[in-house]
Design a binder for this molecule. Sequence first.
Ligand code: ATP
Ligand code: MG
Length: 603
Amino acid sequence: MRLSQMLFQTLREDPAEAEIKSHKLLLRAGYIRRIGSGIYAYLPLMNRVLQKISNIVREEMNATGAMECLLPQMQPAELWQESGRWETYTKAEGIMFSLIDRQDRSLALGPTHEEVITTIAKEMIKSYRQLPTHLYQIQTKFRDEIRPRFGLMRGREFIMKDGYSFHTSPECLKKTYQDMDQAYRNIFSRCGLKFQAVEADSGAIGGSGSQEFMVLADAGEDDIVYTEDGKYAANVEKAVSLPSDVIPSPFTTYEKKATPHTETIAKIASFLECSPTNMVKNVLYQAVYDSGKTVLVLVSIRGDQDVNEVKLQNELVKLASNYQATTVLSLTVPDRTAQGKWSTKPLPLGYIAPDLSDDYIAKSDQVEGNFLRLVDRTAVDLENFVTGANESDYHVVGANWGKEFTLSKLIVDVRKAQVGDRSIHDPNQVLQTARGIEVGHIFQLGTKYSQAMGATYTGEDGTEKPFVMGCYGIGVSRLAQAAVEQSHDKDGIIWPTSIAPYHVVVIIPNITDQEQVAVAEKLYTELNQAGIETILDDRDERAGVKFKDADLIGIPYRIVTGRSLKQGKIEFVTRSTKESQDIAIEKVAKTLSEIIKNSYDFD
Ligand code: ATP
Ligand code: MG
């Protein structure tokens, strides 16, 4: 490709709309253009990067025996009504774009494809003899994200590889799941990424596991914890650990104490000169179930611990049937306005005890009349603890379960693992944290969708059984940007060779110099013929501009037909190290073939 003929434009300044480095660089270097909120055009250079990533994905997926297909992006509402996700996806989470066609039928733009693929399996797979099977596709997905941001990281239209496997048993699923784990490791290594596989939240379905692949980068939206020995890594949403030891309470008798202005744990700890580890903190949440019921949830947890809202949400979904519901639509800490909608009187916020009276709730058809009282495990064994007195500016001390307070039967693990906690697999290992960009997710779904949609096959024993399913995603466009987030310097992008749009850029410093042009043209043809993907910067620009642009767009190798031509050589520069050497013109193709081959091996 000749740069002079390409729709190509670089920007000197960082665009105001971009916050993180990779987003700025992709915009500045002319890879992408913003068309609307979370909607981007992939310009020719970007398209090549996406094709390279897709091809790596394809090769590794095909090697596992999975088959590529292409499913419709327009999905009839009926499929989503069958799986029970239409309401949640269009209304509650609101993440799905939906529309009504001229025949008055509801449709949605696919955010994911479990419904479509399960329908196909239901119609086409009749017998256990056809199993296992695994289909995948690489396609644009649509999601009306609440906060589209960071360019391709969180778009409303983005490219995903999604695959779905069908099995007769959880064991068979596990095997494919392990194959996917390996295939994903191969894919991300070949893309030149530094990544970490982490245990991930599987939502309330539980299932026997789900794993995310994180590209480590400070700009990542996910918090992960890991141990130095490499034996434990998890998304913080899912992470477990050992809480620190309890420092015994200094109080031995039950007493109510005036504790003015101590509405936070830190304040009450310093006022009473005792440790937060012997306090019971009571946190109020408001959950709205899909039956329309609002439930006020009171979580009692040890004072030094925090609630992990993902774990809490999962516990609440398990209790959904108590409220004639199947799922939780929203979980929030109610602010004053929200409290005003259901409370009969002002709440003693900051001074709540585990037995806060149900009288605070104005019961109605929409609002459950009793607090749902959950106790985190960390609070169960506390003795002589400090907690609120249900009255502003007062606490009680020396309290005990079974005496002053009844311990709820709903004991759960909803605590958030914290940096510095001891690990469960080895208490000598301490949790560290890092930020990650989720580029892939593999998931053992089980029978959730097949059961809901009546997708069954005839088993060996002649009975009808629901498919056991797995699903596996990779954010292809997000991955492309994650690579930039991980690999750049002050001058621009440094693409890993395997996903760079081109291997080499040949720069003609002065296009009025016949010799420079002639050598560059010859090399351009020769290299492309040798299978080295080469771009020619033949623009009528100053040499300095061309060098800056070459650094910015991040092509791994650069050839300059400049001064060294006098010795029959060209200048060869490696983008990542900026090291330069002169190479004889006739040796260029051979030398480069080797260098590029080696850089792939290295990736
Ligand atoms: P996230 O938690 O980041 O929203 P998710 O759990 O919704 O991701 P999945 O439904 O598992 O993601 O989708 C598979 C992959 O698609 C993710 O691992 C991620 O790499 C990518 N992805 C998801 N949402 C987006 C988005 N809005 N923009 C770009 N890529 C995305
Ligand atoms: Mg999401």
